[in-house]
Design a protein. Structure first.
Length: 68
């Protein structure tokens, strides 16, 4: 199992997602959709990678950050 942290752009906070390391991105989207009780198609979720930097996590703070 791999523990990931996810957040919704424009909302405060993050949540934990546990998924097997051999699962696909599609499976990850399905897990996230379930945790969020998202009623749309899970395959349409957009995932964005953030990386830990020297001063802590580098989060996407605004919708504009996603577009850049």
């Amino acid at each position: 199992m791999v523990k990931l942290f996810a957040a919704v752009v424009g909302e405060t906070g993050a949540f934990e997602v546990n998924i097997d390391e051999h699962e696909s991105v599609s499976a990850l989207k399905t897990v996230i959709a379930g945790l969020l009780k998202y009623e749309g198609r899970a395959d349409l979720l957009q995932l964005f990678l953030t990386k830990e930097v020297k001063d802590g996590p580098s989060w996407l703070l605004t919708e504009q950050d996603v577009k850049n």
